[in-house]
Write a protein that binds this ligand. Structure first.
Ligand code: 13P
Ligand code: SF4
Length: 303
C-alpha cells in the first residue's frame, strides 16, 4: 500500500516535472520521497536552483511561501495549507509598520520564520544558519537592529556578533519544550555525547550545549565529527535524518516531546492528492511578492 502511494507519487512527479523539497523535521516516510531534504536555507537555495516546473513543498507554510517568493514563475504546492508555524504568526506586518513609524532609523532583520507580508516590510532576511553572518555583514555597529520574531535566535546572534539588537518577544513553542534539566539529565546518562541544540532553544539550553546549529548545520557537524554519540536538542524529526546518514553513530533526543505538530501534518496521501489535483497552490499579491523578494534576495547574495 505504502509502496503503491510512493510509486504513484513518483509517476506523477515525472509527468508534471515536479520536485519534492522536504524539511528535516518531516515524517520519515516524507523524508524518504525527498528529491532534496534540508534546512530553511538549503531549501530556499534549492527552490532558486531547481529546473522543475512544480515544487511540492513538504514543510510549513512560510517555507513554501519563501519558495514561491524566490521562484515566482514556478507552481508551488503545499500538501496541507494549515501547516503553519506559530512563531511566524507572532508578529504581523501591521505591528512591524507601527514600530518602523516609531523608530524610523531602526533596521529590520527578519527570521525567515515569518509571513511574506512581514518579510516585505523588512530590510533583510536570515535563517538560523546565517543569522550571525547576516547581522555582521548587512549592518554596522552603529545600526539599531530590530530582530523579528524569534527572541532566542536574536539573543544567540547578539552573543556572537558585536551589533545592537532589539528583541521581539516571539518564540517557538516546540523548542520551548526542551528544558535545561532535560539536557542535564541526558548528559548524565550519556557522558560521552556531544550536545547539539537549535538556536531557537532558550538561552539556558544553548548555554548547556556544545554547539547551537541550524538543522543543516547539525547534519554537517555530525557527518564530519569523530564523536560517536550526540544529544539532539531540536524537533525530533531531525533524529531520523541523522540516523539515516550516520548509521554507525548514536543519537538521543534531548526531549521526546519536542514535536512540531504542524510539520507532521504532511502525509503521503496529501502529497499524492496535491500532485494529482495540483491543489493548494501558494499564491501572493504581486507587490508583497516583489518587496519580500528583495529581503530574501539580499540574504541569498550574502549566502
Ligand atoms: P532550520 O532552518 O534550522 O531547519 O530551522 C527551521 C525551523 O523552523 C526550526 O524550528
Ligand atoms: Fe515553527 Fe517551531 Fe515548528 Fe519550526 S519547530 S516550524 S519554528 S513551530
Amino acid at each position: 500500500m505504502l509502496m503503491d502511494i510512493k510509486e504513484k507519487i513518483q509517476k506523477l512527479k515525472n509527468q508534471k516535472n515536479a520536485v519534492i523539497l522536504v524539511h528535516n523535521y518531516q515524517l520519515p516516510e516524507i523524508q524518504d520521497i525527498a528529491d532534496y531534504r534540508g534546512d530553511s536555507l538549503g531549501l530556499s537555495l534549492e527552490a532558486s536552483r531547481t529546473k522543475a516546473d512544480v515544487i511540492v513543498f513538504c514543510g510549513v507554510y512560510f517555507m513554501a511561501e519563501t519558495a514561491k517568493i524566490i521562484s515566482p514563475e514556478k507552481v508551488v504546492l503545499i500538501p496541507d495549507r494549515n501547516a503553519g508555524c506559530p512563531m511566524a504568526n507572532m508578529i504581523t506586518a501591521e505591528q512591524l509598520k507601527k514600530i518602523k513609524q516609531k523608530h524610523p532609523t531602526m533596521k529590520t532583520l527578519c527570521y525567515v520564520n515569518s509571513s511574506a507580508e512581514v518579510k516585505a516590510e523588512s530590510d533583510i532576511c536570515c535563517t538560523s544558519a546565517n543569522a550571525v553572518m547576516i547581522a555582521e555583514k548587512a549592518f554596522n555597529k552603529t545600526d539599531k537592529i530590530m530582530f523579528i520574531p524569534d527572541r532566542h535566535l536574536a539573543h544567540y546572534a547578539s552573543t556572537k556578533v558585536d551589533r545592537q539588537f532589539s528583541f521581539w518577544p516571539g518564540y517557538c513553542p516546540t523548542h520551548a519544550r526542551i528544558l535545561p534539566e532535560y539536557i542535564r539529565k541526558k548528559k548524565a546518562e550519556h557522558p560521552e555525547a556531544i550536545v547539539l541544540v537549535h538556536p531557537e532553544c532558550s538561552q539556558e539550553v544553548v548555554d548547556l550545549a556544545d554547539q547551537a546549529l541550524s538543522t543543516g548545520g547539525m547534519s554537517r557537524f555530525v557527518k564530519e565529527s569523530e564523536h560517536q554519540e550526540f544529544i539532539i536538542g531540536t524537533e525530533t524529526g531531525m533524529l531520523y535524518r541523522l540516523a539515516q546518514d550516520n548509521p554507525d553513530k548514536k543519537f538521543y533526543a534531548a526531549a521526546d516531546i519536542a514535536v512540531c505538530p504542524n510539520m507532521k501534518k504532511i502525509t503521503l496521501d496529501k502529497v499524492l492528492k496535491s500532485l494529482e489535483l495540483m491543489k493548494d497552490e501558494v499564491t501572493l499579491p504581486e507587490t508583497t511578492l516583489k518587496r519580500a523578494q528583495k529581503s530574501i534576495q539580499r540574504m541569498i547574495e550574502y549566502a
